[in-house]
Design a protein around this ligand. Structure first.
Ligand code: ADP
Ligand code: MG
Length: 683
């Protein structure tokens, strides 16, 4: 029954096609988006657009005087609260089709004085007065929500044939309704609670399938090739941790190191995502893992997405190594040919045991004698193919232990959906006792004037200031097309301040449209203390480190996303002095208030996700949850955790879902995500 094609008129069939609906089964899977209250006739207000459930009393076509127009159809329809006159345009055949006694769902406009102008209509079996809500469906040109409602009602008996991919045992254990019952509840539920229970059941399935795909892939990776077990007692790492590090590890770093120590000692390849904001001390943890390889006589590599980052890592690693003699190399696109040739030879011979670099590391001619640990910084900036290539640098038949790093705080739920095939570690603790910038929202002229006074006070005390100029419109960061507009705004603000509030000080301007030389000059002036105030667009987000800068003013802060504001303010408070971040914007903004109250990027990411749900949608992209039709994050966190638990149990018992009772699940996964086997870890 489910595979029967829908029986539709040509126009409706086109509309259905646009929605991807071809069969009865497709239709039943097309669950309503929302429920709309059906109004009663007596309660309709003039001018209101509404849906009503009525019965036809009488119906007739009436010729229209104007030429070229088809006859109108006028019907007297009624529900329990009373009758009204419904008018259908351009469809004279309806007079025959909707005989008296037919129950209809009508959607249209109530024109007052008992007249209703019908926009969409369909028959329904639902007893008119007993249902107060009607399902509302995603519709298309040619196929209205009302028509879908009627089609679904007609297809209801086919629900019996709906296949449940969840094994009966799992359903029983988790107390889940059958799939057909869940669909039935979503389409025809008598009250919101019933509809919600249907949604939760289907959302659970969605989440379970994602987690199964992730875990099955991981399980395949785990068994495809063993890693080198780095199990010997520590020697180099011990000395390094004890004597070379100029600080003690934070609790979070300590835990991360212990986890890695245990994990690297096994043959199961490490696949761990290390999350921590800039400055949280990820590199130290990564270096520990790399030195574990070195002290076992193997090699380690750290790959960064840009040359600048690779060079920074190289310098950090060099510094952190202290007096330990580890042969260290740097390989990027601009490594001179002779040096490169020499380094490649030393990597191939094993003489060089630790290398930092860019994509240059995974190019064909690069060979390692024995790569055992690979670290990928800002892993989301590498493609699957690049990460696969890195894998391929391990000795034949071996997999490297891989540590992925990211400085982007991702909410827990999204991390589990996007990177659920990786084990995860978060570094939340700040290493040094740096006091975060005091953050205030500035509104109105008085407070603004005071803000400029504060900037003046800081500068007079010998400190420096940032003024960050607004995005011209929300969301423009994403397309990047309006860097020109942003540059213009910054230039105007620069001119205004230079002759206005900040005329006593030395100002420099920095934006994306300047030439490389001009940018360098502006940054150098500010970093060298030859400028007091840097007026800039968001280009300062990346890589400016001026410990003497203690105050930042952000214009139109409400146009930025939470995470971006948090990153921006990270540019102040890097030195010994107290610092201040002033956000110009409405006091009522929940986002701006959140920044005032929190300094932990992970916490802010969670708040951001919650606020996004409430419609305060601004700023940088946050993917992950959009892959779902029915599951919602973070509200469905409990469902997600339970789906994760179920998936773990299933995969532990049947890693490739090859048992007969899992055949349907495996088919469904293959249909959704392709052959599980086909992809390497896609984090
Ligand atoms: P990330 O890679 O997460 O941005 P890094 O590992 O580069 O952070 O560390 C940032 C800075 O903090 C480095 O200068 C590092 O030496 C220092 N650092 C790291 N861990 C600690 C610690 N536990 N105590 C003090 N300083 C630390
Ligand atoms: Mg770093």
């Amino acid at each position: 029954m489910l595979e029967r094609p829908l029986d539709l008129t040509k126009k409706a069939a086109e509309g259905a096609e646009a929605l991807g609906l071809r069969t009865v089964g497709d239709l039943l899977e097309h669950v309503p988006r929302a429920r709309r209250e059906a109004r009663t006739v007596a309660a309709l207000a003039p001018g209101e657009t509404a849906t009503v459930l009525v019965e036809v009393r009488s119906i007739a076509a009436r010729p229209v005087r104007r030429r070229g127009m088809r006859p109108l159809v006028e019907a007297t329809v009624a529900d329990a609260t009373g009758p009204m006159a419904a008018t259908f345009f351009n469809q004279p055949w309806l007079a025959k089709r909707y005989e008296p006694g037919t129950r209809l769902v009508l959607h249209g406009k109530y024109e007052g004085r008992g007249r209703f102008r019908v926009a969409n209509h369909a028959t329904t079996d639902e007893a008119a007065a007993s249902t107060e809500e009607v399902s509302h469906y995603a519709a298309s040109e040619g196929l209205s929500s009302t028509q879908i409602l009627s089609l679904v009602a007609a297809a209801r008996p086919a629900l019996r044939d709906v296949v449940d991919v969840l094994p009966a045992r799992l359903r029983a254990r988790a107390g889940l309704a059958a799939r057909d019952a869940a669909l039935e509840a979503m389409h025809f539920g008598a009250d919101p609670a019933e509809v919600e229970s249907g949604r939760e059941r289907l959302a659970f399935e969605e989440l379970l399938l994602v987690q199964l795909a992730l875990l099955a892939r991981r399980s395949r990776e785990d068994t495809a090739a063993a890693a080198v077990a780095l199990g010997d007692a520590p020697s180099l790492t011990e000395r390094w941790l004890r004597h070379e590090l100029p600080f003690t590890l934070t609790g979070d770093q300590q835990r991360a190191v212990e986890t890695l120590r245990a994990e690297l000692a096994g043959e199961r390849p490490t696949q761990r995502l290390l999350m921590g904001e800039v400055g949280s001390g990820k590199t130290v943890v990564a270096l520990f893992a790399m030195l574990r390889a070195v002290e076992h006589g193997h090699q380690a590599a750290l790959m960064a997405p840009t040359e600048t980052l690779a060079e920074q890592h190289f310098a950090t690693v060099q510094r952190l190594l202290g007096g330990q003699s580890v042969t260290l190399g740097l390989l990027t696109g601009s490594t001179p040919a002779a040096r490169r040739a020499e380094l490649l030879a030393r990597l191939a011979s094993g003489e060089c045991s630790l290398v930092v670099g860019t994509h240059a590391l995974i190019e064909e001619p690069v060979r390692f004698r024995s790569l055992a640990v690979a670290v990928v910084d800002e892993q989301h900036r590498f493609g699957v193919r690049q990460r696969t290539a890195l894998h391929g640098k391990a000795p034949q038949g071996r997999a490297p232990h891989v540590l992925h790093m990211t400085a982007t705080p991702i909410p827990r739920t999204l991390a589990l959906c996007e990177y659920g095939d990786l084990d995860q570690t978060r570094l939340r603790e700040r290493p040094r006792e740096r006091r975060p910038p005091a953050t205030h929202v500035v509104s109105g002229e008085r407070e603004r004037a005071r803000a400029y006074e504060r900037i003046a006070e800081e500068v007079r005390a010998g400190r420096q200031a940032f003024v960050v100029c607004p995005l011209v419109e929300a969301g423009e960061l994403e397309d990047g097309v309006s860097t020109a507009a942003q540059a213009r705004a910054a230039t105007e603000e620069f001119e205004r301040l230079r002759t206005g509030e900040l005329r006593d000080f030395r100002l420099v301007l920095l934006h994306g449209q300047l030439s490389h030389r001009e940018k360098q000059a502006a940054m150098a002036a500010f970093a060298g203390g030859d400028a007091d105030v840097l007026v800039a667009t968001t280009v300062i987000e990346v890589g400016i480190d001026v410990p003497n800068a203690t105050i930042m003013l952000i214009e139109n802060a409400e146009r930025f996303g939470i995470s971006q504001l948090h990153q921006l303010r990270g540019r102040v408070g890097r030195g010994e002095h107290d610092s201040l971040c002033l956000l110009c914007g409405p006091k009522g903004s929940a986002r701006l208030r959140a920044l005032g109250g929190h300094d932990d990027g992970f916490e802010l990411a969670e708040i951001d996700l919650r606020l996004r749900k409430e419609g305060e949608l601004v700023g940088t992209r946050q993917s992950g949850a959009s892959q779902f039709q029915l599951a919602r994050m973070p509200e469905d966190e409990a469902l997600l955790m339970s789906a994760r638990g179920c998936a773990e149990a299933l995969i532990a018992a049947d890693p490739q879902l090859s048992q007969p009772e899992h055949a349907l699940l495996a088919d469904r996964l293959a249909a959704l995500y392709g052959e599980i086997a086909a992809h390497p870890i896609a984090a």
